[in-house]
Design a protein around this ligand. Structure first.
Ligand code: PYC
Length: 312
């Protein structure tokens, strides 16, 4: 029998499950190296932690590992119901709240190693966590995509720690009650990007689709709906998606350094972001929000359990 200690939280509505102990031995190395080991040798562990019967499709997992650098607080690999994420901002905010809750860090700035690169989190006394994300940029503007069943769609491609296709002109009602139609639409866009051979750098699949509309809150600049790789929508405003959006706004001259951008989620929660110009159209985004711990528990995996690797 294996025992896996986890702490669950939600960040502005989006769940994170942090594996505190009981994970596989991934050997020494960077987060990117260890992600390869996890993917190739222990994918059943990923599925056991986030998929039914111990998890659910919307859950994002985060395995805590010893960092390579003595200056870092932790190394983290993020995963979901179908695979792995290079970076996850809501998850990093969840990791910050979890480490604070577990007494492993105090308030202040901490470095975290992720497969996409090092990020930092600044934990405030009121529990707000600001994540300085990896450098982000737009790689294509106003691409025209012929979808399988929703006509032609125009959008931008941007990197914010994951690859996004960002669409403002979609004719969809951005409300939670319309989530099924939004999911079908965004899934169609994603598949159609694949059909057209539109990718991120080095042929990377664009596996997140982000739709924008007018905010419903007076204190927000925009509202979004983000479809994640496993066909689940992000309950939070999606921090890597907010980074990708700010990279596009910056490239269009609409978001100068230091001005804040408040991104509302489909649930009505908000992330606040700013950008730092690092040249050549690249920005370093900072995104802040709050996470709340919801459970501390031990997952039990019996040797003879037919679903010891989850239901995939
Ligand atoms: O906040 O970056 C994020 C994120 C990615 C996928 C789900 N949340």
């Amino acid at each position: 029998m294996s025992l896996i200690k986890v702490i669950d939280s939600h960040t502005e509505g989006e769940p994170t499950r942090v594996v505190m102990s009981g994970g596989p031995d991934l050997g020494p190395g960077s987060a990117a190296d260890r992600l390869d080991v996890l993917r190739q040798g222990h994918d059943g562990f990923r599925s056991a932690v986030v998929n039914e019967p111990r998890g659910y499709d919307a859950l994002v997992g985060a395995i805590l590992l010893d960092p390579v650098s003595p200056d870092a607080a932790a190394q983290v690999i993020f995963f979901n119901n179908v695979g792995y994420l290079q970076m996850c901002v809501h998850g990093t905010i969840g990791v910050g709240a979890t480490l604070l809750h577990a007494g492993r860090i105090g308030t202040g700035v901490h470095r975290i190693e992720t497969p996409a690169g090092d990020v930092s989190l600044d934990v405030a006394a009121d529990g707000r966590v600001a994540v300085q994300n990896v450098p982000s940029r737009r790689t294509a503007k106003d691409l025209v995509v012929r979808t399988r069943s929703h006509g032609t769609v125009v959008g931008d491609v941007a990197w914010g720690g994951n690859w996004f296709f960002l669409v403002s002109d979609h004719g969809q009602d951005l409300s939670l009650s319309n989530k099924k139609a939004l999911t079908d639409y965004a899934w169609d866009v994603r598949a159609s990007l694949g059909d057209a051979g539109i990718t991120g750098d080095n042929g990377d699949e664009i596996d997140h689709v982000e739709l924008f509309g007018a905010p419903t809150r007076k204190d927000a600049d925009s509202k979004n709906f983000v479809l994640c790789p496993g066909r689940e929508y992000d309950r939070s405003p999606c921090g890597t998606g907010t980074s990708a959006k700010m990279a596009c706004l910056f490239a269009d001259g609409l978001l100068p350094e230091g001005r804040s951008w408040r991104q509302e989620s489909i649930l009505g929660t908000v992330f606040e972001g700013t950008v730092r110009d690092v040249g050549d159209g690249v920005i370093v985004p900072t995104v802040s929000g709050r996470a709340w711990v919801t459970a501390e528990t031990t997952l039990v995996i019996g040797e003879d359990d037919p679903f010891r690797e989850g239901i995939r």
